[in-house]
Design a protein around this ligand. Structure first.
Ligand SMILES: [Zn+2]
Length: 297
């Protein structure tokens, strides 16, 4: 496949409602973000396939709390070879880290990447929502398959008590991301059963969402999939992979080590380098910086 035929739209989040508000839908294209994350983490193809499913669902979850100026952290701690995956979202900016980005698995028999093997089918999905006032809200659900779509659908249905359909997908090969994206459909309170049943009949359309997003715009797909549900479009917003770390945050992290450890670092006489788990930016702290920290503490 040639890269030139990949859909040229930038990453975005499209929102709309169906049947006058009976259900809401979010759709995401996250191809560029997934490619960026793949390069930052030097990720294996299996890891990329997992990141390319986590990024779109986190972008959609971030979209749901954006009006309240919320910050979201999703952490997936399964028993797969990839270890913990953590994704942070605020105002359509995402960051993602993975414990073992180079871990790889052979493709499954059907040719798809073994995302469940990478993530693990047993473990926890932890969602923390922080609205900058009061305690953050934490909800924990269990992984059900490690394929991620089902795990997040289970989270929405069990933890948030909102019946939800989730489809996520990533098409990638040899380090190249051809497409990544997802869709989230949520029944709003009072949504008639008939609408839910009609929407469930659409599931096969989303089964191969990465293939669909590969060469069509989100708007085009939304119109073709939901034309019988009178979609009302609420807007399309840009998304980007952008870390919010800086030198001062890292300095505070270093300070939190405590005097004992700081003194040890100072006595070694070596500069200390800290690396951000999300963007892999490395920042160096000299002996003078450490001495200053000790003075402040
Ligand atoms: Zn960073």
């Amino acid at each position: 496949m040639s890269q030139s035929i990949v859909h040229p739209d930038p990453d975005s989040l499209l929102r709309f409602t169906l049947n006058g508000g009976e259900a809401r839908v979010l759709m995401v294209r996250s191809t560029a973000m997934t490619q960026d994350a793949a390069l930052i983490h030097q990720a294996s193809d299996t890891a990329i396939a997992a990141l390319g499913r986590v990024l779109p669902v986190c972008a959609m979850m971030g979209g749901l709390i954006k009006e309240q100026a919320g910050r979201l952290t999703v952490s997936i701690a399964g028993d797969g070879v990839g270890g913990r995956i953590t994704c942070g979202v605020q105002a359509n900016k995402l960051k993602i880290s993975v414990e073992h980005p180079q871990a790889d698995l052979p493709p499954r028999e059907d040719g798809k990447m073994d995302v469940a093997g990478f993530v693990g089918s047993s473990g926890q999905l932890v969602v923390v929502k922080d609205f900058d006032k009061g305690e953050p809200f934490t909800s924990i659900s269990h992984l059900v398959s490690g394929e991620l779509g089902e795990d997040f659908a289970n989270y929405f249905t069990v933890s948030e008590q909102v019946p939800s359909l989730v489809a996520l997908g990533c098409l990638n090969q040899d380090g190249v991301v051809l497409s990544s994206g997802g869709i989230l459909i949520q029944a709003m309170p009072g949504c008639p059963d008939r609408t839910i049943q009609d929407l469930e009949l659409r599931i096969p359309f989303f089964a191969n969402i990465s293939r669909e997003i590969y060469d069509r715009s989100l708007m085009e797909l939304a119109k073709s999939w939901f034309q019988d549900f009178s979609p009302q479009f609420l807007g399309e917003e840009g998304l980007s992979l952008q870390c919010d770390c800086n030198r001062e945050k890292m300095r505070r992290a270093l300070a939190s080590l405590g005097r004992e450890d700081l003194r040890e670092i100072l006595e070694s006489g070596e500069p200390t380098a800290l690396t951000c788990h999300f963007c892999r930016t490395q920042r160096e702290f000299t002996s003078e910086d450490i001495a200053d920290l000790l003075k402040e503490n």
